[in-house]
Design a protein around this ligand. Structure first.
Ligand SMILES: [Zn+2]
Ligand SMILES: [Zn+2]
Length: 316
């Protein structure tokens, strides 16, 4: 068993303490430790990751990279391989909080419009009792009190905590999306849950663009689409031959700048972690007076708009 040097340990430590980190931040740390730039020493960088992962596998951990479909950037993080699902929240979150998180993840993953978001009101309207009843076959009188007593204010606090811990994020259009921690961690869950993959990169396409042809199930990430368009200038759907149009989403600028090959040198990483735009203040809440009855019109009508016939639409 190969022994890791202090350099490997420092890399692992940086991700455990401050991660997930953007590619730029992680590369900067790597350069600081080894004196070599991953952009020009790709092989060396990969060797480090390989060696680290060989050792981490003994304790069921995995150093991963993935692209965040909301901002298009690459992130690195260490994830727990033991159970690749929401149970990882167990040490910090209560059972109803985990059920709430799970319901949000499912709603986002199964959204047939592939917006990758749920609106605040829809999230607060999630009924935890239904979660239990649907999954366990319990009678309504058997629903634990903790679930029945999980109020809107509990939900709001939980949302804030989940965003702070990067399990969820607030998107620029004031909705709730998956955080980078979920994106890194839930990779196999997405697969098992039948979340349709991006046609280009094969990663989960819960936030992606749908083929303009309503009858076609192909979806492609915004950043994958952008890349294709910059390479070929046009794109014809590989499945139905419909011509795709490319238009960057205005609310979520796509940043594909820090590409794996881009040289990294400047940019001090004194600012740990991906910068989540804090929308808390701006977002200052849609009135909650009618939260129990109101739905989120944009999302609700969006979901029914026209995509219900898509073959990939069925939840699991
Ligand atoms: Zn993709
Ligand atoms: Zn198509």
């Amino acid at each position: 068993m190969a022994v890791l040097s202090w350099k490997h340990h420092t890399l692992i430590q940086s991700l455990l303490e401050r991660g997930p980190l953007t590619e730029k931040e992680f590369h900067f740390i790597f350069t600081g430790i080894t004196g070599q730039n991953p952009g020009t020493h790709q092989g060396k960088f990969n060797d480090y990751l390989l060696k680290i992962n060989r050792e981490l596998s003994y304790v069921q951990l995995d150093l991963r990279a993935c692209r965040d479909p909301y901002d298009g950037r690459v992130y690195f993080g260490v994830v727990n391989n033991v159970s690749d699902d929401q149970s990882k929240l167990g040490t910090k979150y209560s059972v109803p909080q985990i059920a709430f998180f799970k319901a949000i993840v499912e709603a986002i993953a199964q959204d047939v419009t592939a917006e990758g978001t749920i609106c605040n009101l829809d999230a607060l309207n999630i009924k935890l009792e239904n979660q239990v009843l649907n999954s366990s076959g319990l009678q309504s009188q058997d629903v634990p009190a903790a679930f029945k007593n999980f109020t809107v204010s509990h939900k709001e606090k939980t949302l804030d905590q989940l965003v702070k811990d990067k399990w969820l994020c607030y998107t620029e259009d004031d909705n709730i999306g998956l955080g980078i921690r979920s994106i890194l961690d839930l990779r196999s869950w997405f697969h098992n849950a039948g979340v349709p993959s991006c046609q280009v990169c094969n990663e989960a396409g819960f936030k992606a663009k749908l083929c303009p042809n309503d009858g076609c199930a192909v979806r492609i990430h915004h950043y994958c689409l952008k890349k294709r368009f910059s390479q070929k200038g046009m794109l014809v759907c590989p499945s139905c031959d419909t011509q795709w149009q490319y238009q960057p989403p205005k609310a979520e600028p796509i940043e594909v700048k820090d590409e794996e090959t881009e040289p990294v040198q400047s940019q001090p990483s004194s600012n740990p972690g991906p910068s989540q735009p804090s929308l808390r203040s701006k977002r200052k809440r849609q009135r909650l007076d009618n939260v129990e009855t109101a739905g989120c019109s944009s999302q609700a009508s969006g979901a029914n708009r026209k995509r219900v016939t898509r073959s990939s639409a069925h939840p699991r």
